[in-house]
Design a protein around this ligand. Structure first.
Ligand SMILES: Cc1cc2nc3c(=O)[nH]c(=O)nc-3n(C[C@H](O)[C@H](O)[C@H](O)COP(=O)(O)OP(=O)(O)OC[C@H]3O[C@@H](n4cnc5c(N)ncnc54)[C@H](O)[C@@H]3O)c2cc1C
Ligand code: SF4
Length: 334
């Protein structure tokens, strides 16, 4: 299949990117990072629909110098949106302060993809649902009026929070960044704003055509991760299935503080289970004030109370329960 022509602009400043987004507001326009998802996936496979037109204008933001790199300040780390996943894995500051993010980035795809895939692209990549990625399925997410996963093969779909559409959020860095209480810096025609990742990702109930709050004229410029409180325990684990490349069947990012051996404060976030990176608050609150080691098994089991598996994916509920327990114990160091 041949690729239809599109206009490609190399933005050299963030302002230029904003101006291009504004100028092309009436046409399907996308910013592009490494292009591994957008150009190599969506456009190559010709995935489109009424609610998802093939882009006519691409704005390359990897040509903006200020947007690439890891900057360590005394109280946070700022990562530019075009920083590659490899650069995150290689960053000593990230490894030292927030190893959870190094581990999550290192678990993504292959070295080749990590070398050109950007963190902005990873966070904003479109879902992997095989009906969504197949041209013959005009589903809700493309502006159609059906979800093929409900009656079809839904073994990799959502077990929590699906509604109308049952995708799982594909980004491993998203899961890790939510556990680290990070924020997104967003720039658009109406200026700059900072939004916690808690509020960045949105499910199908908000808008089935999108997975986050970005408006068409906005893009992500930086990710800001505050220094974790001293003594924070953290760990990342991910279960994969070769049949779906290297995407998570279920992943868990845990970051928490202790009061002696007791859970003080923190987050347990699951990937691969829900249309958004999913914070397992039911587990967190069961651990509050409790001895973590002796309570984690019964606390992890509470994930069953919020899970609503589909016809073929009840196995993921067991995986999630087991992986929550394993990850929290790993963070404790044993
Ligand atoms: C075989 C394979 C295996 C993979 N396995 C994994 C995995 O295990 N875990 C995982 O997390 N990912 C995985 N990925 C996804 C891969 O990591 C992403 O494709 C990559 O990170 C996207 O980065 P990119 O810069 O190439 O994105 P692009 O293709 O450039 O962009 C992706 C999307 O994000 C948008 N976008 C890009 N930058 C911004 C920005 N700054 N602001 C707003 N929107 C933006 C684009 O418009 C586009 O819609 C895999 C991909 C492949 C092909
Ligand atoms: S799960 Fe979502 S993306 Fe997949 S077929 Fe259903 S509506 Fe489409």
């Amino acid at each position: 299949m041949s690729m239809r022509g599109f206009e490609l602009y190399d933005a050299t400043t963030v302002q230029e990117a904003v101006d291009l987004l504004k100028k092309n507001a009436k046409r399907p326009t996308k910013v592009v990072g490494g292009g591994s998802d957008l150009v190599g996936g969506v456009m190559k496979d010709w995935v489109q629909g009424k609610g998802m037109p093939i882009p006519e204008v691409l704005i390359d933001i990897t040509t903006i110098k200020d947007l690439s790199g890891v900057q360590a300040a005394s109280d946070n780390i700022t990562i530019g949106a075009t920083t590659t996943l490899s650069d995150i894995v290689d960053s000593k500051d990230v490894k030292q302060r927030i190893p959870l993010l190094s581990d999550a980035a290192a678990s993504i795809a292959s070295p080749l993809i990590r070398n050109f895939g950007t963190v902005g692209g990873n966070l904003n990549q479109r879902p992997r649902c095989w009906f969504f990625r197949g041209e013959d399925f005009n589903c809700y997410k493309k502006g159609g009026d059906f979800c093929f996963s409900v009656t079809g093969d839904n073994r990799y779909h959502a077990i929590i929070g699906g509604e109308l559409c049952y995708i799982v959020h594909p980004s491993d860095t998203a899961t890790a960044l939510l556990a680290l209480n990070a924020s997104a810096k967003i720039l658009g025609a109406s200026g700059e704003k900072t939004v916690a990742f808690d509020k960045y990702f949105t499910g199908p109930r908000v808008d089935v055509l999108r997975e986050n709050i970005l408006k068409p004229d906005e893009f992500l410029t930086h990710v800001v991760i505050p220094n974790p409180a001293p003594g924070t325990k953290m760990a990342w684990t991910k279960l994969k299935d070769r049949q779906v490349y290297d995407f998570a069947l279920v992943s868990v990012a845990a970051a928490f503080t202790l009061d002696g051996t007791k859970w003080k404060d923190g987050r347990i976030v699951l990937g691969g289970v829900s249309p958004v990176p999913y914070r397992a608050e039911v587990v967190e609150s069961a651990l509050k004030g409790k001895d973590v080691k002796s309570s984690i098994s019964s606390a992890a089991a509470l994930i069953r109370t919020v899970a609503r598996p589909m016809s073929m994916n009840a196995y993921k509920v067991d995986l999630a329960q087991g992986l929550i327990e394993r990850t929290v114990l790993a963070a404790l160091g044993g």
